[in-house]
Design a protein around this ligand. Structure first.
Ligand SMILES: C[S@@+](CC[C@H](N)C(=O)[O-])C[C@H]1O[C@@H](n2cnc3c(N)ncnc32)[C@H](O)[C@@H]1O
Length: 179
């Protein structure tokens, strides 16, 4: 039988558009925490992450999910997904919001205040079991992720596509992501 030669590493051509490249890592983190079923928070609503999280949480019997955004017109597009277990919160200021006084199983950071995303990740260091962040590639230094990620013991980068996604944790060694 003829065998094709399989390169060790995919060449990075971005077959997903940049807005959806967090999907595999985010879905994996929700699945990984499916037994404990702790609450999930989404910082930044959108057509990729909000329906994805909604239906994953639905499949777990209505896992608590909070979707947040700072744009009222934008968050309204997802209002049909509101359920007793899926709530929505409009955020005035990501820097002072109450999300960082609560504990989360998974937190996903992808909000529109791009230079403020790192600060949001940092505020979740003692509050969330897993923090997933989008657009974490080195070219986006101004997002402030480097200083935020330094507050966590464990880190995994999903860098298959041009727009990277990263999960960080202080309680989970993330070794399960290496298969
Ligand atoms: C960065 S996106 C979040 C994407 C989301 N996490 C996802 O994966 O689908 C959130 C912000 O983008 C802004 N936004 C406005 N129009 C948009 C559009 N057409 N596509 C994407 N984001 C838009 C919204 O105001 C919102 O605050």
């Amino acid at each position: 039988m003829n065998m094709i030669e399989i390169p060790k590493r995919y060449d990075g051509t971005n077959t997903l558009i940049s807005t959806g490249t967090h999907i595999p890592l985010l879905a994996a983190c929700i699945a990984h925490t499916s037994l404990e079923k702790g609450p999930v928070v989404e910082l930044g609503a959108g057509h990729y992450s909000t329906p994805l999280l909604h239906y994953l949480c639905a499949a777990m019997g209505g896992r608590q999910l909070l979707t947040c955004d700072s744009d009222p017109d934008w968050i309204a597009k997802f209002a049909d997904l509101a359920r007793p277990w899926h709530s929505f919160q409009l955020i005035e200021d990501w820097g002072t919001c109450d999300l960082f006084n609560r504990n989360w199983s998974v937190a996903f950071v992808d909000h529109g205040d791009r230079p403020g995303r790192g600060e949001s990740v940092a505020c979740l260091a003692d509050r969330a079991g897993l923090v997933v962040a989008h657009d974490t590639e080195p070219a986006r230094k101004y997002y402030g992720y480097d200083a935020a990620f330094a507050k966590f013991k464990y880190r995994f980068d999903f860098d298959r596509y041009a727009a990277h996604a990263t999960v960080v944790s202080n309680t989970d060694d993330l070794l399960w992501l290496n298969g």
